[in-house]
Design a binder for this molecule. Sequence first.
Ligand code: FAD
Ligand code: NAI
Length: 491
Amino acid sequence: HSRWRYVKYALYAFVSGGMTYSATKVYMARHPPVQAPPDTTKKTLVILGTGWGAISMLKGIDSSLYNIVVVSPRNYFLFTPLLPSCTVGTIEHRSIMEPIHYITRHKQRAIHFYEAHCTDIDPATKTITVEDQSDIKGDVSKATLKYDYLVVAVGTENNTFGIPGVTEHACFLKEIWDARKIRTKLMDCIETATFPGQTPEEVERLLHMVVVGGGPTGVEYAGELHDFLVEDLVDWYPDIADKVRLTLVEAHPTVLPMFSRQLIDYTESTFKSNKINVQTGSVVKEVHDKHLVVETHDKQRIQIPYGLLVWATGNTQRPLVRDLMAKLSVAQTSKRGLLVDDYLRVKGAEGIWAIGDATFTKYAPLAQVASQQGIYLAKAFNRLAKLEEENAAAGRSTVDIATSTDPTDEDTRAKIRPFNYTSQGSLAYIGADRAIADMPIFGKNVSSSGFATYLFWKSAYINLLFNTRNQSMVAADWVKKTLFGRDISRE
Ligand code: FAD
Ligand code: NAI
């Protein structure tokens, strides 16, 4: 009897200990302690961006070692892998946003955050120009900042390939406002289709949703839209639900060229059974307000009327990065992004690093690459500061990875290892509770697909979300969607 009593007490102690720990964590997350000001005697490290690369670096860097400044037009981090789910309301958009101040306020020393675009980098004077381009501007909206070290993590922008009409008429899917715009336009098309007196041809056009680009963004969006149509639209708009059509246009002969053949076939057959019309080998040439012009594989030009057009044809470099590449033209010989060495130093520049999609390396432009590069740079910068301290204390001349123009600097190389990427595989959601995955297991690629992979996809992404707050919000959205369906109001 008494043994059970002890077990019961141990259980109580365990549960109440766990609850106290969680409550303290939640409280501390909401009420960060007093923070020391930035140490301006330290070298100024400027980080451009608040995306995957920048945030991973910011989380790992020791803020007592540098005077850290972050510049980005976005005062939050966006968890892009779940962005397609926001286009139809499977997940609410705020659930995948993490305010930057929730991160910076928890650092040991304060970090300056400026919500602004960096519009110019001058490697000669080691300065950057920053501009507030938001709606509300003060008397001062442009400034010049000095840096000792600069990390460029500004990502990319949508590639339109100069195709006329794309910017004016299509929706992109890269930022949170894109997802909101798609959700609003989708509901607008549906409501407009039910307007009294609408002709059958116009109803058909308004209810034709077209996605251009069969990469992971286009495929995941098509999957989410399919789910919305079959899980929600049929109940709330029974008269028109069966008239909604979904077409995906892709220039290559298949969708998802980066996945294994088996998963490409699986995706295409799943789309077929979900009545998603996949038009491969077709290149969009022009976009008009109500139709697009497509060149098919046999060089025929056809017109496709659409109500909603989502443009997911990949990315290109931002003007800031292109300007920097032009300034460093001798060393920057690629047009596809900043060339960096094994330590992620921008070639031809002194004191500038670049990570993520802004670079052109042997790695794909992926969140996992940007994130690993950010983690690597945080460690390298922490180590660099310590090395400098050690050298100063020993009276040795500083062996500085940042200012050394000699990449074969043996002493530094021995202490800061080059960046090494470990792929964690590729995952994508394709709709109807199915996902696909190419995973490296013991050096071999293992492909999996279906419902179990979908559960794995869900658990992987909820684990990858940076904090408990966002994890709870996403989990709650999934439960809410299952119980009550998606919200069909037009914002
Ligand atoms: P970003 O994350 O794009 O961050 C760039 C930052 O720079 C932003 O904060 C931006 O506001 C800021 N910035 C822009 N201009 C300036 C300027 N002039 N000055 C200062 N700051 C600036 N990858 C995966 O690995 N797995 C996935 O499942 C996956 N899903 C995706 C789903 C979607 C819909 C999309 C669009 C992408 C997805 N990706 C995925 C790709 C992944 O999001 C990118 O590879 C990753 O975001 C790159 O990180 P980054 O830090 O280089 O750039
Ligand atoms: P992408 O570059 O991977 O795919 C774009 C597709 O658009 C290509 O297949 C291309 O052939 C097609 N295209 C280009 N121009 C066209 C035209 N005029 N007409 C018809 N088709 C055209 O771009 P995406 O999907 O936006 O992905 C960008 C990056 O983000 C990639 O590296 C991708 O791997 C990553 N990503 C990863 C995800 C995941 O792992 N689940 C999800 C989303 C993006």
